[in-house]
Design a protein around this ligand. Structure first.
Ligand code: NAP
Ligand code: MG
Length: 398
């Protein structure tokens, strides 16, 4: 069989621990036998990030701007323990944070739906994709404990020195206060990423805030979305047969529970933090969740939503067998390959991505899966496979 040819490379961001082991197995068994794989390789493993003073992370993000498509393996975000373990020069920042800051992107997380791994919410038939705004609000807030009676105000000082003030509260006794902000530019990027992703995946877009209570702050989010929608996207949405739907956040939550899924739910930063954990746990498992960073310019970086699965890696290092779920990492690759295929008009490559996803789903639905799924599946008598056996079982179907 002739291997599938590629014209433009994908940016390949290698990572750490157990997911780095899976990464190589996926390439060896599921990709390289079928594709003349063209990637520009960046080693985001912690050792090389340390060697390059994290320059490799920055380079990989800039390469993503150039080639438009990247696939990323899970990486360690160092903490004090990791600094010791790897004798790091510094406690390097989260690679995902660095990449997101350079691409100015929004992260979309979607569950991989498989028969036999059923969501807790029985009426959810299709995936619900969460888009979380990744800038500002309470995550960049400043706070104070108010020690006793007194007045708290918001003060804006313009560059010409003029001032505007708004009373927060006249305190009679001790209390607490918080100031937070967002930027119109960031909200605009968020909105564009969401509208583009909805068109790209042919799904309706929902957005919700608390604009009835927060008449300036949240209302600005609503207004910016509406304005960008009307100016740049309304016609495209009509043509694609999809809708943009705005409602109040509490109404959205109620509707989500009663829906059958199959749409993108855009959330403000805090709502997205909370709701993505609810959606992912209700759909079954972090190991069955994909994640893609989409920039407002239309750059795509695909990855798994879980971490490097450290506990399994230490078992692997001791020579023990592991049963680590590679589905989300496989789907990161297929997402990137399909997008590459679409952008390059390479139909064979996009079709291969579909087939690999189908082979993965078929393998699980036939009762062959890793231990984490075997524990929760409704399929009778599942076979729990090791990390490598599972990938080989997919290869056999493929
Ligand atoms: P984790 O890698 O997500 O794993 C936590 C636990 O969840 C595992 O011990 C395992 O449970 C289960 N699990 C997660 N993924 C699995 C999979 N594919 N197959 C089977 N089980 C899976 O989180 P962590 O161990 O807390 O973090 C490890 C490292 O990952 C940290 O250094 C963190 O910085 C990094 N991290 C990276 C990213 C990213 O790059 N996107 C995201 C999150 C965390 P059992 O042990 O019970 O089997
Ligand atoms: Mg959270």
């Amino acid at each position: 069989m002739d291997k599938i040819k590629m014209t433009t490379p994908i940016v390949e961001m290698d990572g750490d621990e157990m997911t780095r082991i899976l990464w190589q197995m996926i390439k060896d068994h599921l990709l390289l036998p079928y594709i003349d794989l063209k990637t520009e390789y960046y080693d985001l493993g912690l050792e090389y990030r340390d060697q390059t003073n994290d320059q490799v992370t920055i380079d990989s993000a800039n390469a993503t701007k150039k080639y438009k498509v990247a696939v990323k393996c899970a990486t360690i975000t160092p903490n004090a323990d990791r600094v010791k373990e790897y004798s790091l020069k510094e406690m390097w920042k989260s690679p995902n944070g660095t990449i997101r800051a350079i691409l100015d992107g929004t992260v979309f997380r979607a569950p991989i739906v498989v028969r036999g791994i059923d969501p807790c919410v029985m009426n959810w038939k299709k995936p619900i994709t969460i888009a979380r705004h990744a800038y500002g609000d309470v995550y960049k807030g400043s706070e104070m404990k108010v020690p006793g009676a007194g007045k708290v105000e918001l003060v804006y000082t313009a560059e010409d020195g003029s001032e505007a003030r708004e009373l927060v509260h006249s305190f009679n006794g001790p209390g607490i206060v918080q100031g937070m902000h967002n930027l119109n530019g960031s909200i605009e990027s968020f909105a564009r990423s969401c509208f583009n992703y909805a068109l790209d995946t042919h799904q309706d877009l929902w957005f919700a805030t608390k604009d009835t209570i927060s008449k300036k702050y949240d209302h600005t989010f609503k207004d910016i979305f509406q304005e960008i929608f009307e100016t740049d996207y309304e016609d495209k949405f009509k043509e694609a047969g999809i809708t943009y739907f705005y409602t109040l956040i509490d109404d959205a939550v109620a509707r989500v529970m009663k829906s059958e899924g199959g749409y993108i739910w855009a959330c403000k930063n805090y709502d997205g933090d909370v709701m993505s954990d609810m959606i992912s746990s209700a759909f079954g498992s972090l190991a069955m969740m994909t994640s893609v960073l989409v920039s407002p310019d239309g750059d795509f970086e695909y990855e798994a939503a879980h971490g490097t699965v450290q506990r399994h890696y230490y078992k692997h290092l001791k020579g023990e067998e592991t049963s680590t779920n590679s589905v989300a990492t496989i789907f990161a690759w297929t997402g990137a390959l399909r997008k590459r295929g679409e952008l390059d008009g390479n139909r064979e490559l996009a079709a291969f991505a579909d087939k690999l996803e189908q082979a993965t789903i078929d393998t699980i639905e036939a009762g062959e899966m890793t231990k984490d799924l075997a524990l929760i599946t409704t399929i009778p008598n599942p076979t729990a496979l090791s990390s490598e056996e599972f990938i080989k079982a997919i290869a056999k179907r493929l």
